[in-house]
Unconditional design. Structure first.
Length: 301
């Protein structure tokens, strides 16, 4: 895939062509945060035509998931030196999930990827061609590797129950991570699997947000914990920003089906140490029914 070119005048300084108006520092953003940032920047681009540069010093995502690669109309592929020469101001997005949630409430539309490498689209076609005809392809990301936030962590047995129920309904089930923290491929494989899928089921983590922008035309089911504690933690900041809606980390697409998980005591492993902790839990059979309803285009029960 060709790199985006930055317009320059004869001095080597980025010119005003393309209306690059600010830069965003995404160095500390994880994958889900980057998708919220991309939605917000894309929204502004739609309204005004302005584009943005990105400073990205993340140790892995800067190379594996740079925003200009996938949002080439909204983000320009400039170096930090070019950004400095252009004297761009920084767009401080504030508390990202508060500001984006409130912006989304005013304009509840889905975002979209603007560019994809040919290697991704070709792989997606290969994966789709291998799927059994007449069987919906359900892609599931099992969120059982979230030690820093046990409330959103899935129990693998719940995910297995969900997968088995869907197979009995005639679905082809593909797990992004057949075992904890072991994906079936890198970022391009993840994108290709999403493009090849008919529906995605995931939790409060990066791939869920990626699918919301990449495949906004396909149904999606999100299994989330209660966000009340986070909303209380950020209530003061929300008040200081003068925004009416609280912190909310759901993907920003209007038609997503959300299922709130319970919390139950579960055995988890921290290294070689077994621990009993309260983690997220759900009824796999009920979730499977939601998935089948979404595939059939029926309203949620």
């Amino acid at each position: 895939m060709q790199r985006a070119t930055s317009p320059e005048d004869h001095t080597g300084t980025p010119s005003s062509i393309g209306r690059v108006t600010a830069y965003i520092d995404v160095s500390e953003m994880r994958l889900g945060d980057r998708m919220a940032c991309a939605w917000f920047a894309q929204h502004r681009h739609r309204l005004s035509g302005e584009r943005f540069a990105a400073i990205d010093r993340h140790p892995t995502l800067s190379a594996d998931f740079p925003l200009p690669r996938y949002f080439a109309k909204t983000f320009v592929d400039w170096t930090e030196q070019q950004i400095a020469l252009a004297a761009l101001p920084q767009w401080q997005q504030g508390n990202l999930w508060i500001t984006v949630t409130n912006a989304f409430a005013l304009a509840p539309h889905a975002g979209h990827f603007e560019s994809l490498p040919e290697s991704v689209t070709s792989l997606a076609l290969e994966l789709r061609a291998k799927s059994p005809p007449g069987r919906p392809r359900v892609l599931i990301h099992v969120l059982d590797d979230a030690p820093y936030n046990l409330a959103r962590r899935w129990r693998r047995k719940d995910a297995n129950q969900l997968a088995e129920a869907l197979r009995r309904q005639g679905c082809e089930v593909v797990l992004l991570n057949p075992t904890a923290a072991q994906f079936i491929g890198g970022f391009e494989r993840m994108l290709a699997e999403m493009l090849a899928a008919d529906i995605f089921v995931g939790g409060d983590t990066g791939p869920t947000h990626v699918f919301a922008l990449l495949c906004a035309d396909k149904p999606q089911v999100a299994l989330y914990p209660s966000m009340l504690r986070d909303q209380q933690n950020f209530a003061h900041e929300q008040a200081s920003l003068g925004l009416p809606l609280p912190w909310n980390s759901l993907p920003k697409r209007p038609d997503i089906r959300v299922i709130e998980m319970d919390r139950r005591r579960s055995l988890i492993w921290r290294g070689w140490q077994p621990l009993i902790r309260r983690t997220g839990a759900f009824d796999g059979l009920k979730v499977a029914r939601q998935v089948m309803d979404a595939l059939a285009g029926q309203p949620q029960a």
